[in-house]
Design a binder for this molecule. Structure first.
Ligand code: BYC
Length: 322
């Protein structure tokens, strides 16, 4: 390593230590850049693929009010994807490369979106549990060390908190309804609980990236710490609406001041992550179809931008020195 590189690395490390954000034009280690492209793009893909399970219910929402709220939520997810793709692009990768990675199966996206939404109660469970888990993870990321990612997360978190409330309110309404409606809510909780717990990733002992990401302050809390926060936050919410979390080992531990909970089925988690979940193929096929069918829009936008640039160049005054 040359003296110049040593100085750059020291400057970078000092910034991390002092909680000064790393910005796109600052020098950064190649591994820091790559890790951020990986995490931010996976996050962006999750937002975009995450529109699909909920989009499935837009035309079947039970009332106009529910439909409007769901439409707004799905639209928000698209916006989140766009902020995050833009943040990833600041690290020197193109949007086309990012899409190619998603469509070819090279890039991951959250395991949670590979499960089907079979009843209306699933929309409640997703808002309550999936967005609930997402907020816990993402509030931490508002304080992450890379500037564009941190700033994107501030806005995203505000919207996620509305999503979580709309989901919980759907569950609450179902629980205050008929016996059948309450059963629907419990059934949705039974199916979405464990996949939501898996969203936080493997245990700290099994996590490949946590140690380095904590050092770089990309992550401020570990997978297990965030999962524990999710359980402690969600259990009282389930109690309040009279639902039972499907975990016989879930109980308050007085000594720890936290809940104990059961073992996650890690075999299922890795199967889903590797592409063998109930809906993996369907999700990617839907994204590829949307991308292909949107080609004419992208082409038209490019042609328009080119024409505008040509027009602008033609109207520029000729410089005196030319
Ligand atoms: N699903 O070393 P680890 C949302 C992978 S969207 C799939 O712990 P890391 C929302 C991991 O990528 C929710 N893969 O990794 C949208 C790694 O594989 P690679 C998405 C997973 O990065 C619409 C390997 O396992 N949120 O909020 O330190 C509607 C080892 O893991 C998963 C984000 O993306 C998983 N669940 O920690 C509603 C937040 N977990 O890359 C809601 C940002 C792990 O080495 N991301 N893997 O091949 C993060 O905070 C972190 O990336 C994670 C994983 C906590 C997810």
């Amino acid at each position: 390593m040359s003296q110049k590189e040593i100085n750059l690395l020291e400057d970078f490390e000092q910034k991390i230590k002092d909680d000064v954000k790393i910005e796109p034009k600052n020098w950064m280690p190649e591994k820091y850049r790559k890790t951020h492209i990986r995490q931010i793009s996976q996050h962006a893909h999750s937002e975009i693929v995450g529109m699909l399970p909920e989009g499935n219910w837009v035309s079947r929402a039970p009332t106009l009010r529910r439909k409007v709220a769901l439409l707004a939520k799905v639209q928000d997810e698209a916006g989140h994807g766009l902020y995050l793709y833009s943040a990833a692009e600041t690290l020197g990768i193109t949007r086309d490369e990012l899409f190619e990675q998603l469509h070819s199966g090279k890039a991951k996206y959250s395991s949670i979106f590979n499960y089907p939404t079979v009843t209306w109660a699933d929309i409640g469970a997703i808002g309550w549990l999936v967005d609930g888990a997402a907020i816990i993870n993402q509030v931490m990321l508002t304080n992450t060390s890379y500037g564009p990612y941190a700033r994107a997360m501030v806005r995203i978190c505000k919207e996620e908190s509305f999503h979580q409330r709309q989901g919980y309110e759907i569950m609450m309404t179902l629980c205050n309804g008929t016996e059948e409606q309450k059963e629907m809510a419990q059934d949705a909780l039974n199916r979405w609980w464990w996949p939501s717990m898996m969203m936080f990733g493997p245990t700290d002992a099994e996590s490949t990236h946590t140690a380095q990401s904590m050092e770089w302050k990309l992550k401020r809390k570990t997978n297990d710490e965030l999962r524990q926060m999710f359980v402690d936050q969600t259990k009282p919410q389930a109690d309040l609406i009279g639902l039972t979390i499907p975990d016989k080992d879930l109980k308050w531990n007085e000594e720890r001041g936290k809940h104990d909970f059961g073992e996650i089925d890690w075999e299922e988690f890795w199967q889903v992550v590797k592409g063998h979940g109930p809906c993996n193929k369907e999700r990617i096929a839907a994204r590829v179809k949307a991308y292909d069918e949107g080609k004419w829009v992208r082409d038209a936008a490019m042609a328009y931008a080119e024409k505008q640039a040509q027009k602008e160049a033609a109207t520029q005054p000729i410089s005196k020195t030319a």
